[in-house]
Design a protein around this ligand. Structure first.
Ligand code: BLA
Length: 516
């Protein structure tokens, strides 16, 4: 894997970003020996920020910094589980200057202490702090609003508004991942002069897997100035410092270039996590350097946590609703079968009940040699060819068959791409070729692109990373594909299949009774 800063577009997926070897210059980092809090390694900016030359501090006990810092660290070392960073406040030096700190423990026991001046921001940047009462009011208002949000859309709108109000960034978006890791901007609050990014899609490759794993551990990241000169750690060590949990970690130069190409100077990003997976991000952009005091960052962290919890609740509720829908559908079919005589027409009479729960754009039922369709569907000959192909696919127990790029999986079926790039098929009978198949049309046909894709791309720079290039890349990746079917949708399709098989069996039983 490429070392930090050595990656290019061909291998950036594997860059060792947690071994950055340097910090952003607005804070100082000290690695401390577990036993006696001796300074083992430090960032070169201690001279400027803490007023001590690196050589004077290295190998000396932390107490040499004066103030109460050593006392505070020793206290936390005794009382707290430091597997996650813990905040502390302390005073340093003869002037007893106030510092905000964060402390965590490495796997070998050594401690990492990060310090930022509490009352001043980096040169030329305004300090963004909030009075405790304002913070409290903002937080309680936000908690109430998030808690009352009935849908992910309403929640995401509340999140971007509250976060922009709290942090003052020029743009705040909620970015949601699909099952393949591609992202979409689903909510936005922005300075009125900025162009909107709402509805834009970005390929999964914009955020490498390694970075996603890191963002589960370290939930809020702040980049103060994309052009700031990083402060290296010294001395160099045989095993580089694992900076996974460091708030001051320098960000990957590839990502910094991406931001520069977007015109963005400063960012704050918070993870949205659902059931241990990265569900999305709250991403804040500023067009000049921006620095938030750690209290405000902590508030953003808390809000992201609350939003994450609310997302789970809303989605779980939606899943329960979907299960309820299946049961209602089943009931309705049983009723309609007795009044209309044929469950198939009952099923297809109201397309919404069949398509909406699965977010499908069409469906076809193959039953007793007949084909019924609803919504947008391929032609009958195409449907027969599609069915033949589906039947050849290896069965996976009673799991439905799902594919989100039919034309790529079988080029002979390329003509179904516009209406049926995605198929989700459940078998309705073990002894006859009866199937219910849902379709999803190609994503590109259903995507909104707010920018002007016909504008020429500035692509002479090999590191041309930008949302526009991303959209182009994303378009390439998703060409001929539908939005992938989620595990919930697979479960739902299976549920509907089971219900239908039940009904079919009952109908057959009734027919047999009548025939006797
Ligand atoms: C990280 N890329 C990221 C992050 C985002 C994006 C949000 C996380 C940054 C953070 O948490 O602080 C992408 N940012 C976006 C997108 C939007 C945005 C899509 O604002 C849309 C509005 N990036 C690339 C390519 C590579 C790449 C092609 O586009 C690699 C070849 C790398 N992205 C990359 C790396 C990181 C990253 C290495 C990790 C940065 C870090 O934490 O050090």
């Amino acid at each position: 894997a490429p070392a930090f800063g050595q990656a290019d577009l061909t291998n950036c997926e594997r860059e060792l970003i947690h071994l950055a070897g340097s910090v952003q210059p607005h804070g100082a980092l000290l690695v401390l020996a577990e036993a006696d809090l001796r300074v083992l390694q430090l960032s070169g900016n201690v001279a400027r920020l803490l007023g001590v030359e690196p050589d004077t501090l290295l190998q000396r006990p932390l107490a040499a910094l004066g103030g109460d810092v050593a006392e505070r660290v020793a206290h936390l070392q005794r009382s707290a589980d430091l597997h996650e960073a813990v905040a502390l406040q302390c005073r340093l030096g003869p002037a007893q200057r106030r510092f905000d700190g964060a402390l965590h423990r490495l796997s070998d026991g050594a401690l990492v202490l990060e310090l930022e001046p509490a009352a001043t921001a980096p040169d030329g940047v305004e300090l963004q702090d909030l009075a405790p009462d304002v913070l409290a009011t903002t937080l309680s208002g936000a908690l109430q609003r998030f808690g009352a949000a009935p849908s992910v859309g309403v929640l995401a709108d509340a999140v971007v508004e509250v976060l922009r109000h709290l942090t003052g960034y020029d743009r705040v978006v909620v970015y949601k991942f699909d099952p393949d890791g591609h992202g979409k901007v689903i909510a936005e609050a922005r300075h009125p002069r900025l162009e909107s990014l709402l509805g834009h899609h970005y390929p999964a490759s914009d955020i490498p897997q390694r970075a996603r794993a890191l963002y589960l551990l370290n939930r809020v990241r702040m980049l103060v100035d994309v052009d700031a000169v990083q402060s290296p750690l010294m001395p160099a060590t045989d095993t580089p410092l694992d900076m996974s949990l460091c708030q001051l970690r320098s960000m990957s130069p590839i990502h910094l270039q991406y931001l520069r190409n977007m015109g963005v100077t400063a960012t704050l990003t918070a993870s949205l996590v659902r059931e241990g997976q990265l569900w999305g991000l709250i991403a804040c952009h500023h067009y000049s350097p921006r620095y938030l005091r750690c209290t405000v960052r902590a508030a953003a962290d808390l809000l992201a946590e609350v939003a994450s919890t609310r997302i789970s609740a809303i989605e779980n509720y939606a899943h329960a609703q979907v299960a309820l829908m299946v049961r209602r559908l089943e009931q309705r079919l049983v009723e309609a079968t007795s009044t209309e005589g044929d469950w198939r027409y009952a099923l297809f009479r109201n397309p919404r009940t069949l398509l909406q729960p699965l977010d499908a754009t069409g469906a076809a039922l193959f039953c007793e040699g007949e084909v019924l369709t609803t919504g947008e569907a391929p032609s009958t000959p195409e449907l027969r060819a599609l069915l033949a192909w589906v039947q050849q696919q290896p069965e996976q127990g009673d799991a439905p068959f799902a594919c989100s790029s039919v034309g790529q999986a079988n080029p002979a079926l390329a003509s179904v791409t516009p209406t049926a790039s995605g198929v989700l098929a459940v078998r309705l009978s073990t002894n006859s070729p009866d199937w219910l198949i849902w379709f999803r049309k190609e994503q590109l046909q259903s995507v909104t692109w707010a920018g002007d894709p016909s504008k020429p791309m500035v692509a002479n720079n090999p590191l041309e990373l930008s949302p526009r290039r991303s959209f182009a890349a994303w378009s390439e990746i998703v060409r001929g594909t539908a939005v992938p079917w989620s595990t919930t949708e697979l479960a739902l399709a299976r549920g509907i299949g089971v219900a239908l098989v039940d009904i079919i069996v009952q109908v057959h039983a009734v027919r047999l009774l009548i025939a006797e």
